[in-house]
Design a protein around this ligand. Sequence first.
Ligand code: URA
Length: 433
Amino acid sequence: MRIYDIILKKRNAEELTDEEIKFFVRESLEGSIKDYQITALLMAICFNGMTERETATLTMEMAKSGDMVDLSGIDGYTVDKHSTGGVGDKTTLIVTPIVASLGGKVAKMSGRGLGHTGGTVDKLESIEGFRTSLSSEDFLNQVNKIGLCVVGQSGDLAPADKKFYALRNDTATVDSIPLIASSIMSKKLAAGSKGIVLDVKTGSGAFMKSVEESEALAKAMVGIGKAAGRDTVAVITNMDIPLGNAVGNSLEVIEAVETLKGNGCEDLTAVCIELAADMLTLVTGKDKEKCIEMAKGAIADGSALNKLKEMVREQGGDPEWISDTSLFPKAEYNYEIKAETDGYIGYMDAEKIGIASLMLGAGRNTKEDELDFSAGIILKAKTGDGISKGDTVAVLYSDDESKFASAVQKFNDAMSFSDFPIKKQPLIYSVIR
Ligand code: URA
């Protein structure tokens, strides 16, 4: 078999065999296929796509290129969630304790933030002492003990994806549905859970800017999950506007805790109940309505909040910080953005707000950047809200006063005002099973 022939075949829009795809993944990692040949094939895939079978085979081979986490030692139904990334997306901190408090076994590996999107691991590390790196034995023991453990990615998960993704980033081959779907799902399959709920974001702060693209990606990922024998559901949710009111690590943990106490804002609570209910349909086999009721009940009776406290205690943090969020350190400086006219918030670009938060110290431009955990933004008004001149639209926080000038400029650039009421956008567009 020759990589030249495989590239030529895909360049001519022909379908690759399973053997050809396996050869490509294996030999790319072995080094006999050169980076320029890998990128030539990735570019041909960008132009000519892949069938469902080709995409499923590529994903499985990428998953099997490294460690496949074995969760068979966990007693019960293992369920994972994944978000395609967004601004203010703290759903993992809310959804996973809800599901674990109702019997789901959540053994979750999460990522760090990069660019305008945040990462769950960074948010959790804003709780002093919280350990996001555990041995696999401790990871499994904790899930068996309390039903929930969230750690950073460890081991050698899907190294083929790592190699391809780095090349895709440098060669304008990221935005291809089969390549994105196989990249995300290879890591999810390797992470081992039986059930997978995918939160596919759509809008200005998301990877996929249109609902149509997001649905196509969701369908591709659900197809891969099914082909691999995993119960997979995808939900298309709005990321045109940041989710919730807080953007930034400890600010988001505090908002997550408030949501688990029943004081969450409407959009964040609704998306979390949807995702938790989808996970619970897989765990319990009960219908969606019943699962929604169960998820709401776990917030109302405090069991989900207690589950988060248990996880914090088990992983080395002080659960008192969850009971009393005033214990989180506060940023030294803040700056209030005021409305300059009466009217409505006409538009709020989620990506730009994510970048403004990054500029305040809450995010990273490169993997090596240090975070300011208390930096970020609290939104006091969002798209569609009525405002009067002088109202506070947002408060920006940072420990470094010199960061405000550029962050304020970026925030103002993200906002536009309207004299007329704005139609609210849907929060949840569709659910794909
Ligand atoms: N996230 C991933 O993990 N992979 C992609 O290809 C795009 C987003």
